[in-house]
Ligand binder design. Sequence first.
Ligand SMILES: Nc1ccn([C@@H]2O[C@H](COP(=O)(O)O)[C@@H](O)[C@H]2O)c(=O)n1
Ligand SMILES: C[C@@]1(CO)OP(=O)(O)OP(=O)(O)OC[C@H]1O
Length: 161
Amino acid sequence: MFRIGQGFDVHQFAENRPCIIGGIEIPYELGLLGHSDADVLLHTIADALLGAIGEGDIGKHFPDTDPKFKDADSQKLLQHVWQLVKRDGYSLGNLDCTVIAQAPKMAPHIESIRANIARLLEADTGQINVKATTTESLGFTGRKEGIAAQAVVLLINNSEN
Ligand SMILES: Nc1ccn([C@@H]2O[C@H](COP(=O)(O)O)[C@@H](O)[C@H]2O)c(=O)n1
Ligand SMILES: C[C@@]1(CO)OP(=O)(O)OP(=O)(O)OC[C@H]1O
């Protein structure tokens, strides 16, 4: 049996914060604000995986009221979610995601991010696709107020044909 899931997340830019996207620190004048490290892409992927297994969202598993997750490394959060996926007997078909940002320029970092996501999900890079788009200067991303990300994931149940 197949399961699909989709994710969407937004984090706003702030000064004196790192800009971590897909577990990679991107050089940029601003960083992303959040209770955790605010990795908008990994949060989106975690939400897509949780959606696929019917487990709610990352706010349910990692509440932003819990000091335990203050400045949390989102790679650890995603790895925890991946364990839930495996516990339920699923493996990854493929993951496709999009970073929606006017800036920073993502192209130089896409392959490192892809490889890092593959590592976190114990997948081959061929199962992972990472895209970026501007919004042609429109909206909050266009005004460089923050970054959005979307993801869609296909999971395959290991015990069924
Ligand atoms: N933050 C971004 C946004 C986009 N890109 C790449 O630029 C190309 C054109 O994007 P448009 O939104 O202007 O169509 C596309 O190949 C994106 O991957 C980027 O590197 N960083
Ligand atoms: C990850 C959590 C937990 O630290 O905090 P944030 O970094 O604020 O991120 P968000 O995308 O709002 O998701 C859920 C939170 O519970």
